[in-house]
Ligand binder design. Structure first.
Ligand code: HEM
Length: 210
């Protein structure tokens, strides 16, 4: 087994604070929305916890942003600008997940610290980190104090629009989580990638020439 240092400490801290916060926000969000059906906690408690973790998520996002911008590593998130390279790389990766993996073929992408993500990950993670999470945080912030932010809410098209954006993004993140966790189990063992997100080190099987 060869070990490669893939996830620097700030990324690991960001990732797990992010994951825990998302889960807490999903549970409390559901409790807020379905207060009559779910009896996990009092409505007020659900709102308070949702707000606290919303602010933790906002603060945490800046850990990710500052780390990636200051270190210059943000480029690992940028998909190949050559369209052909991007499309072919994505197709190769999709073929692997849909077929190659079932035939015992090796993963066509070999992660290194400077080329960590395959093109599908780059596209998904870039959209999530620079568009969808910021939009979710912003819509949440506006809904947190709708009176204070009433001018911004009007600018965005009214509270119904802001609320719809927040709920649609919730649906997206729910679906993302299922796919993300499934893909996270596809290392050389089911827990290899997940362990690496804790230790920083990804273990590679050398016989595959990684
Ligand atoms: C309990 C749930 C989660 C598990 C088990 C998990 C697992 C993992 C693992 C194993 C990796 C490293 C492999 C890779 O880079 O793809 C990773 C990376 C990543 N995950 Fe998660 N994740 C979870 C929740 C989330 C959530 C909720 C989000 C965002 C909404 C997220 C966003 C990301 C991003 C952006 C990366 C790349 C980080 C980087 O290296 O810069 N994850 N996750």
């Amino acid at each position: 087994m060869k070990k490669i240092y893939l996830h620097p400490l700030p990324v690991r801290i960001w990732h797990w604070v992010n994951a825990i916060s998302f889960i807490v926000l999903i549970v409390t969000g559901l409790q807020i929305r379905y207060r009559e059906i779910l009896g996990l906690m009092k409505f007020r408690e659900a709102v308070d916890i949702h707000n606290i973790f919303g602010f933790i998520l906002i603060f945490n996002f800046f850990i990710w942003l500052v780390f990636y911008i200051v270190s210059g590593k943000i480029k690992i998130y940028i998909p190949p600008l050559n369209l052909k390279k991007f499309v072919m790389g994505s197709l190769k990766q999709a073929r692997y997940y849909g077929y190659g993996i079932l035939m015992g073929e090796p993963n066509p992408h070999h992660s290194t610290p400077d080329n960590k993500f395959n093109p599908m990950q780059q596209m998904a993670y870039l959209a999530i980190m620079l568009l969808l999470i910021p939009l979710q945080l912003l819509s949440g912030l506006l809904l947190w104090d709708a009176k204070r932010f009433s001018d911004f809410i009007s600018l965005a098209g009214g509270i119904k629009i802001v609320d719809t954006v927040h709920v649609f993004l919730f649906l997206f993140f729910m679906s993302f989580l299922f796919v993300h966790i499934y893909l996270a189990t596809l290392g050389h063992t089911a827990t290899a990638h997940i362990k690496a997100m804790f230790t920083g080190y990804e273990e590679l099987e050398e016989e595959h020439g990684h």
